[in-house]
Write a protein that binds this ligand. Structure first.
Ligand SMILES: C[S@@+](CC[C@H](N)C(=O)[O-])C[C@H]1O[C@@H](n2cnc3c(N)ncnc32)[C@H](O)[C@@H]1O
Length: 272
């Protein structure tokens, strides 16, 4: 494990996460009551614009029931469960954080999807799969934690079938140093932002052709403005996952977007 990966693991160490989730979810009903991916949306979609962003990315990627999908940096598994419930596809999630993988398995049991959605702990830089195994790979708000982008995108290309799709939803640098702490890094030591153009320059040489390319910064700003009016959702939210300083991390992300320091990129590529 390199220093950079160790630092990222520390950031997402989430001590006692599954137990905290069990306690928080009593607000939604008893342990044996089946939950829907929608009910969990405020705590298991760990990216800007939550469930709506996952739904849009999945649509752009053209996911269908017969596909095998890999979610790289799957977090606590919200996007994977949503895709399986919406499209009927099989989804595998990998994540560096063992507590997140444990929580993802627990939440998937609570939604009754364990036969269709599975998780394992692994690094995006050494995916534990044979080549050409997946139809679609998703990467949502993960790349900013990874310095070796060449290796990241080559690994994603390796596990995709020829003609498969790579769908990414990223935070990108757009001028000036961000204010820290942010949701993916409490200091700059675990933050490896690239501009949107540099991201494309890293992805295409790994064996990809661009199919869709969208600047979603304005949509993210509108979402933030709406959250400021409505306040945080009353259901259990990402504060349960990341701890009591999450409100400050999220406020800094909002400030960085509003000040034009960061942007949001949605893009879909075809494996050549
Ligand atoms: C902001 S969360 C996003 C989680 C999920 N993609 C979502 O949108 O709900 C970033 C995730 O990336 C994972 N991650 C960061 N670097 C990673 C790496 N090198 N390999 C695998 N997972 C990684 C973290 O552990 C964390 O769960």
């Amino acid at each position: 494990m390199t220093d950079a990966l160790d630092g990222v693991r520390q950031h997402y160490r989430a001590t006692g996460l599954t137990e905290r989730l069990k306690t928080a979810l009593t607000a939604l009903g008893p342990e044996d009551q089946r939950l829907t991916p929608q009910q969990l949306g405020a705590l298991d979609q760990f990216h800007t614009r939550g469930l709506a962003a996952t739904a849009e990315l999945a649509k752009l990627a053209g996911i269908t029931a017969d596909m095998s999908v890999l979610d790289v940096g799957a977090g606590v598994g919200g996007p994977a469960r949503f895709l399986a419930a919406t499209y009927g596809c099989r989804v595998t999630g990998v994540d560096l954080s063992e507590p997140f993988v444990d929580a993802a398995r627990y939440l998937t049991g609570r939604t009754g999807q364990s036969g269709q959605v599975s998780f394992q702990s692994a690094s995006a830089l050494a995916l534990p799969f044979d080549g050409g195994r997946f139809d679609v790979v998703l990467l949502q708000h993960v790349a900013m934690n990874i310095s070796d982008r060449t290796r990241l995108y080559r690994e994603i290309r390796r596990v995709l079938k020829a003609g498969g799709r790579f769908a990414t939803f990223d935070i990108v640098s757009s001028g000036g140093e961000p204010h820290y702490p942010v949701p993916w890094a409490r200091t700059p030591a675990t933050s490896f932002l690239l501009t949107a153009a540099a991201t494309r320059d890293a992805i295409e040489p790994a064996g990809f052709r661009t199919l869709a390319w969208q600047d979603d910064t304005e949509a993210a700003k509108a979402w933030i403005a709406q959250l400021r009016t409505s306040g945080p959702p009353p259901s259990p939210n990402l504060g349960v996952v990341m701890g009591p300083d999450f409100a400050q991390l999220a406020a800094n992300l909002a400030r960085n977007l509003m000040e034009g320091r960061l942007g949001i990129l949605t893009a879909v590529f075809e494996a050549a």
